[in-house]
Design a protein around this ligand. Structure first.
Ligand SMILES: [Zn+2]
Length: 664
């Protein structure tokens, strides 16, 4: 046999065994025999390097460790599903579907795998890109790590559409997970809490060689980028034919009763599965009908996840502490005798609010039932009254803030008490942490302890102050070496250019999560436009409800928020969307401006913002690279230098014309 055909034969053979092992769960050969095939392939490819291709099964392990993961935008947003916990909630969902759809519809039911969501793009039938969900709009490029998963084909067969995208879930089988944990324990390494956490951790490893040691698998449940078929069930069949790992436990149901049968059946059979599931997903089968139903900011209206009842444990409630959130709301927290539940040890659980505590009559010293479902925060559900000590007394919610001593307030329409003191330390800390968080301005090197240090030392009092920190201020801080100070300043500086939706989210406006921030960004494209909007204008936006509208208006009306915003603006934090947000044209794209002299219509910063919003850059000194000098009254040396260097000069009148689009 010539080497080319032997290499081809070995590759097909290995791919077939990968499929038998990882998809059919019916291996035909032993691991040793498999390894022998792989060794032979690698040998031949070494001997004939010209025959090596990227889709060879020998190429699943990447080269040198990565420095970090690139961010990649999703082709379409990767939404998460709304949850239902009972048949009644499924009925509510079905009622909403019926209100929109007139024609008959079917539900397709699949198991809800407790794993980590991913998207895979195939181009010219080769696996090109693998992305984590991230915030739903942008995820991490973890292609090299996903290539190590042998159930994921590196190439699609000839009859596949050339370009397509699939979405699915990466997971670990329970026995693989336990075995891996045992090995880690023997090697003196930390054990993982559960299969899901270790899957998520594995995908974030920068060294692909490490990833190959993790027993990752995948299920694919969604096909995108092809016009046919138009039924989800047929898409799954097609993906199965393409060799993608599609879960076999699935069923098309004619009505909600059949859906419920499927849910109950798998609730009972779930422990017989080799992997963990936490519920059932039901989706409208027809893709055109899905289109008709659409999505909310958070989740599609054509699918819902039914979650199995949570697992429970009993333990002692040792105390109740109060936690102050970034909005000032006080959450009572149960301090528990540690107890093991569904894969992890629980020491604390939320008690939600004082009404909940009163309703369930939860008292310190009680034996309580705690519950945990999926990745939901554990909660106290009830009290075992039989074990209540005789001398116990009802819990009384303190009237003052545990952190700052301010008198707590409770609005008539709210269930939680709030500390009204905006300077309250944990609120400050929480706001700045939120601002710097990964979903927000993503400031590297600014963890909780650093924020605390900066607050304690008086260097900052809000997130606007971050942009004015200097190295000389940072160095005297404890544990702050030259290098870490530089990294922190670098991290803060690069956050100035984050996209506008991130900034809107990072401001911490009540009720404005990542989804609403994205919508506000799309609609306004500019912080100043958003700040000018009234409740009516905001409410006119489809996905924005009256609560969010009011809270946005309140936020921008608040003088202390305005002050912080001005700090951000002066520091040069980007206040407009990348593409200029709607009507604004990128007339200054790629141009570098220098401003000099006093302008009549704008402050310098306003003019700079207008330039940036139109794609230009503003720098402080004139050089040959400067495209334009904008001159006002009494221009100084910069004007002279511009003339010397032959840099173009623009006067305010002309600038105004361009800004107002009157330049034609
Ligand atoms: Zn307080």
């Amino acid at each position: 046999m010539n080497p080319q055909s032997e290499i081809e034969r070995l590759r097909r053979e290995i791919e077939r065994h990968d499929r038998l092992y990882y998809i059919e769960a019916q291996p035909e050969i032993s691991d040793a025999e498999y390894d022998a095939l792989m060794r032979r392939l690698i040998e031949l490819e070494k001997e004939y390097p010209e025959l090596l291709t990227v889709d060879s099964p020998s190429q699943r392990v990447g080269g040198a460790p990565l420095e970090g993961f690139k961010s990649v935008a999703h082709s379409q947003r990767m939404l998460s599903l709304a949850n239902a916990y009972s048949f009644e909630e499924l009925e509510d969902f079905d009622r909403r579907v019926r209100e929109t759809l007139e024609a008959p519809y079917g539900y397709f039911c699949e198991l809800k795998i407790d794993g980590v969501a991913i998207a895979l793009r195939y181009r010219s039938r080769l696996l090109e890109l693998g992305i984590t969900r991230g915030d739903g709009s942008v995820g991490d490029d973890v292609t090299t790590n996903l290539r190590t998963i042998r159930g994921i084909p590196l190439r699609a067969p000839e009859f596949a559409p050339p370009d397509f995208e699939v979405r699915g879930e990466v997971y670990m089988q329970t026995d693989d997970f336990l075995k891996m944990n045992e090995e880690r324990e023997l090697a003196g390494e930390n054990k993982f809490a559960n299969p899901r956490n270790s899957t998520a951790g594995s995908l974030k490893l920068l060294n692909t060689k490490e990833v190959t040691k993790r027993p990752l698998r995948a299920f694919i449940y969604d096909l995108r980028g092809v016009e046919n078929p138009t039924l989800h069930s047929e898409c799954l069949n097609l993906m199965e034919e393409l060799g993608l790992p599609v879960n076999k436990n699935r069923r098309l149901c004619g009505d909600l009763r059949e859906v419920w049968d499927f849910c109950e059946e798998w609730h009972d059979k779930r422990h017989a599965l080799p992997y963990e599931i936490d519920g059932v997903v039901l989706k409208i089968d027809s893709l055109p009908q899905r289109g008709a139903l659409g999505s909310t900011a958070k989740s599609p209206r054509w699918a819902i996840a039914y979650k199995f009842p949570a697992q429970q444990a009993k333990t002692l409630l040792k105390g109740i502490t109060l936690q102050v959130g970034r909005m000032g709301y006080i959450t009572p927290v149960a301090e528990l005798e540690p107890v093991y539940l569904a894969g992890s040890t629980i020491k604390r659980a939320t008690l939600h609010n004082e009404d909940e505590i009163a309703r369930k009559d939860i008292r310190v010293g009680d034996t309580v039932i705690i519950e945990k479902g999926g990745d939901v925060i554990p909660k106290v559900t009830s009290v075992d009254l039989g074990e209540r000590p005789e001398d116990s007394t009802p819990f009384i919610m303190p009237g003052i803030c545990p952190a700052c001593g301010a008198k707590l307030v409770r609005e008539a329409d709210e269930v939680m008490r709030r500390c009204p003191n905006v300077a309250c330390p944990p609120q400050r800390l929480g706001r700045i942490k939120h601002f710097a968080s990964r979903g927000g301005m993503d400031i590297e090197g600014l963890g909780e302890s650093t924020v605390q240090q900066l607050l304690d030392s008086g260097l900052i009092s809000d997130f606007g102050d971050l942009y004015y920190l200097t190295k000389a201020q940072l160095l005297p801080l404890e544990r702050m070496a030259e290098k870490s100070a530089e990294n922190l300043l670098q991290g803060i500086d690069s956050s100035k250019d984050r996209t506008l939706d991130r900034l809107i989210y990072a401001l911490g406006i009540k009720l404005v999560g990542a989804g609403a921030a994205r919508i506000l960004n799309e609609r306004f494209g500019n912080i100043d436009e958003l700040a000018k909007a009234d409740v009516e204008k905001l409410e006119a936006i489809d996905e924005i409800g009256p609560g969010i509208a009011q809270s946005v208006v309140d936020f921008f009306a608040n003088p202390s928020n305005r002050k912080v915003l001005e700090k951000l603006r002066k520091a040069g934090v980007r206040f407009s969307a990348e593409k200029g947000g709607g009507e604004v044209e990128m007339v200054f794209e790629g141009m570098t401006f220098v401003l000099t002299g006093a302008l009549e219509n704008f402050t310098r910063e306003e003019a700079a913002e207008l330039i940036r919003a139109r794609g230009g850059k503003v720098v402080s000194s004139v050089s040959k690279k400067t495209s334009m000098v904008l001159v006002g009254e009494n221009p100084g040396s910069k004007h002279r230098k511009a003339v010397e260097l032959g840099v173009k000069v623009m006067e305010e009148g002309e600038f105004v014309k361009i800004i107002e689009g009157r330049n034609e």
